[in-house]
Design a protein around this ligand. Structure first.
Ligand SMILES: [Zn+2]
Ligand SMILES: [Zn+2]
Ligand SMILES: [Zn+2]
Ligand SMILES: [Zn+2]
Ligand SMILES: [Zn+2]
Ligand SMILES: [Zn+2]
Length: 458
């Protein structure tokens, strides 16, 4: 590593002046999920997730359109509800970093959200159990002897005085650390944020707020404030009722449903795996059936080829023989007529006539249309024709090899008997193969000429 690189690395290390995130051993209830540090001014979002006031303040506004703006009714007779609505007049919403719910931030900002005193308790405990002298959370230099209960910050003497002087934090309740340690968790009081050191012992019913004695004497002087323990049952019961009567049962239903869905997910996977196996087995067997079918088609084709070859061979031999016979006889007869004397003609007339007559009447003379009708084109493969079952699978693909035998084809129908020139007539041409079987499938090109019966001999 070069010197400059070393320097760079060193710079980077010193740049990270941010305090290290809390280690995993720290109680997670005391740690903000956004900044990963112990909560400072923890505030409860409407979705009941808690974050530092500053962390909430730094969230990107999701929507800024006000959902409702409530004006207090005139005449001073403000009901508790109206006051609540007024306090909750909205200016923007954010997405909760924990659950992604869009939640409203009050007009007054994160400070207007309820403080999470339970989270403060956790932070407090966390601070107490941590070893060694407490450092000042603000300057990091002096040792902390005081603690701001609102900011949840440990402060050195210098910073404590600065905290007192600053307008924003002047009203914060600052306690001596030794005193807090001595009090322990259970008797940690919830203090008024407006009146340092004053515990929230009363509840203002019209404002729906816990207040301190001083609040009750000043800001809430005309309101009906009663001790918190007088109203806690009523308000606690509302929460309890919603939890036990409505939401606990729903929780169970949701858990049941979730379990069902998860079981279904597992079953789906199992079923999909089984089905995939069935498909693979099917594909193997089907492929094997197709291959077997292919082999049998090739065998059948070879049979047809051999059969046709033999047939053509025979036809060729017969034609060669007939040609020899006819040519020989014709040559003999023509030479006799052109070169023979009268006596020679007359003496050979008998045998010549017998031979010529025999050839003319019964010699091998196939109609040219029926000779070698199979030029190979009549053998064809029909890939979509059903081919029956092979190894239990219905397959397609057949060889079509039958050829039309003209001598066995017929024309049927009314139109044939009563056909008139220039009139439409209907008839059916039935093509048959040499075995007399009707050819139902296409593939042949048929040339039909219709000739009037009286012109037949022309
Ligand atoms: Zn935070
Ligand atoms: Zn949330
Ligand atoms: Zn403070
Ligand atoms: Zn300090
Ligand atoms: Zn107060
Ligand atoms: Zn009040």
């Amino acid at each position: 590593m070069s010197q400059s690189e070393q320097k760079e690395t060193a710079d980077k290390q010193t740049v990270s002046s941010e305090p290290e995130p809390q280690s995993a051993s720290v109680n997670p209830r005391a740690v903000c999920r956004v900044c990963k540090h112990l909560y400072r001014e923890p505030k409860i979002l409407p979705c009941l997730h808690t974050f530092c006031s500053d962390c909430i303040g730094q969230l990107e506004p999701f929507s800024t359109s006000p959902r409702g703006h409530f004006t207090a009714p005139e005449g001073g007779g403000r009901s508790g509800e109206a006051a609540e609505q007024d306090r909750d007049s909205l200016s923007f919403t954010v997405l909760c970093p924990e659950c992604d719910t869009e939640v409203d931030i009050p007009r007054s900002g994160p400070a207007g959200l309820s403080t999470d005193h339970l989270a403060l308790d956790e932070v407090f405990l966390e601070t107490l159990v941590s070893d060694g002298p407490l450092g000042c959370d603000l300057c990091g230099e002096g040792s902390a002897e005081s603690r701001c209960e609102v900011c949840s910050l440990n402060l050195c003497e210098f910073c404590r005085q600065a905290h007192r002087r600053q307008k924003r934090t002047a009203s914060h309740s600052i306690q001596a650390v030794t005193e807090l340690k001595a009090r322990g968790r259970l008797c940690r009081p919830v203090l008024c944020s407006l009146h340092p050191g004053q515990e929230l012992r009363l509840f203002c019913q019209p404002c729906d707020l816990p207040v301190c004695l001083e609040c009750a004497a000043t800001l809430h002087r005309d309101h009906r404030c009663c001790p918190t323990h007088d109203v806690i049952d009523r308000h606690g019961d509302r929460i309890r009722e919603l939890v036990s009567a409505r939401l606990r049962p729903r929780l169970e239903r949701l858990e049941d449903s979730l379990q069902k869905v998860e079981i279904s997910q597992e079953n789906l996977q199992v079923r999909a795996d089984e089905t995939a196996n069935q498909i693979r087995v099917f594909a193997r067997e089907y492929t094997s059936a197709v291959e077997a079918h292919c082999l049998s088609l090739l065998r059948r084709l070879e049979e047809i080829r051999v059969q046709r070859r033999n047939h053509l061979h025979l036809q060729r031999a017969q034609l060669q023989q007939a040609l020899l016979d006819v040519r020989g006889s014709v040559e003999f007869a023509e030479r006799l007529l052109s070169c023979g004397s009268d006596a020679e003609i007359l003496s050979a007339k008998g045998v010549t006539l017998r031979r010529l007559t025999s050839l003319a009447e019964s010699g091998y003379d196939p109609h040219p249309a029926t000779v070698a009708p199979d030029d190979g084109g009549s053998v064809c493969f029909l890939p979509r024709e059903p081919a029956g079952e092979v190894e239990g699978y219905p397959l397609v693909g057949v060889i079509h090899s039958r050829t039309v035998d003209v001598s066995r084809c017929t024309v049927e129908g009314e139109g044939l008997q009563q056909g008139t020139v220039a009139q439409r007539g209907h008839f059916t041409l039935v093509c048959r193969d040499s075995g007399g079987e009707r050819l139902a499938r296409g593939g042949e090109h048929v040339l039909v000429s219709i000739v009037h019966k009286e012109k037949k001999n022309w």
